[in-house]
Design a protein around this ligand. Structure first.
Ligand SMILES: [Zn+2]
Length: 360
């Protein structure tokens, strides 16, 4: 529901004023007021300020959100046993994630920017590796991204309604996925040991995406096999089989590291993952696979740790900050509220590059 619209309607009725009456005093058409009230359009701040004056209320009144009240009791992680000291650590992470999601939802509610997540492969059951490849193609088709490289995986998934949360936890777990009510979330661990190359982060995110989207026949699929399928999903999602076939062709007898470097930089997938992908797609045989691994290891031994650099995105969650910036620029929230929701100190909010359009 549109908060501003219903506020205008309520306040107008309280003031015993007709649509026409308000329209005349604000100097807009009756149809315009009607549209504001039923949410078909949102008045700009100038008009809203006039409406506030006519109705005798404070401008901010329109943005005051009724006490945010959504029942979120728990975060359900798919698999908590990757965390150290399962219960203690798990509870800590859950508590943290829950508070972030609550703030996120409140902000979305203020901006009316809620995204309803829809699983594009809801009815598809995965039994095999071939199904995983099909699942990836279905998702990419429904999301209209074809076989193209995905520059920012985080941005793509955030726009689909998946909440991506970066935490710094000293645990074995590089990533987790789960649900708060019906909101899917992916938690990425940015702590020391996990703060590796962006391509690693992308693989983790894509792996967790596999857990969120794919449905398995649980009577036949073990947890270990689910892990294997999710790794396959990640590799396929980042580097679609058709692209691999096109780039490499069949029966290659040798592959240069330069070729792999180019692909890493374009598709944001690590060189190791490309080598395994080519092998699982049977584009290279075991001998060639071992040869490439050997020459790549040699390269790493020589200190060339970051052979090939993925620079298109650093895969840090951005949507929440973007919404905070919009809320401030559009004057939907005051600075102290922005600080409370985001955890960013008030004096650092300037760093969000807020343009102070002085409309009121
Ligand atoms: Zn997993």
């Amino acid at each position: 529901m549109n908060t501003i619209g219903s506020k205008i309607s309520d306040l107008r009725k309280q003031a015993n004023m007709s649509l026409q009456g308000l329209a005349d005093q604000v100097d807009v058409s009756k149809a315009a007021i009607q549209q504001y009230e039923n949410g078909a359009s949102i008045p700009g701040n100038q008009i809203l300020k006039r409406i506030a004056t006519v109705l005798g209320v404070d401008f901010w009144e329109f943005f005051r959100v009724p006490k945010f009240n959504i029942s979120i009791e728990s975060v359900k992680f798919r698999d908590g046993n990757k965390l150290n000291n399962a219960t203690e650590e798990e509870n800590e992470v859950k508590k943290h994630v829950l508070s972030i999601v609550k703030n996120y939802l409140e902000l979305e509610s203020i901006l009316e920017a809620k995204i309803d997540f829809k699983n594009p492969i809801e009815d598809f059951i995965v039994h095999s590796n071939a199904d995983v490849e099909k699942a990836v193609k279905k998702v990419r088709r429904k999301w209209k991204i074809g076989n193209a490289p995905i520059d920012s995986l985080t941005e793509l998934l955030e726009d689909k309604g998946i909440k991506i949360i970066a935490l710094e936890r000293d645990t074995k777990s590089g990533g987790l996925s789960g649900w708060v009510n019906n909101i899917p979330l992916i938690v990425i661990n940015n702590s020391g040991a996990h703060k590796r190359e962006t391509t690693r982060k992308r693989f983790t995110i894509a792996h967790e995406l596999g857990h969120l989207l794919m449905k398995f026949d649980i009577t036949n699929i073990s947890e270990d096999l689910e892990e294997i399928f999710c790794n396959r999903f990640a590799a396929a999602f980042l580097f679609v089989d058709e692209v691999a076939f096109e780039k490499f062709g069949k029966n290659r007898t040798s592959i240069s590291l330069g070729e792999l470097k180019d692909l890493k930089e374009t598709y944001g997938i690590s060189i190791q993952s490309i080598i395994f992908r080519l092998s699982s797609l049977k584009l290279i045989d075991d001998t060639i696979k071992q040869e490439i691994i050997k020459s790549y290891d040699l390269l790493l031994d020589n200190g060339d740790e970051h052979f090939g650099n993925y620079t298109k995105s650093d895969e840090a969650p951005i949507r929440f900050r973007k919404l905070i910036r919009i809320a401030l620029t559009e004057k939907r929230i005051e600075k102290n509220k922005a600080s409370e929701l985001s955890g960013i100190p008030i004096d650092e909010l300037q760093n969000l590059a807020i343009k102070n359009f002085d409309l009121i």
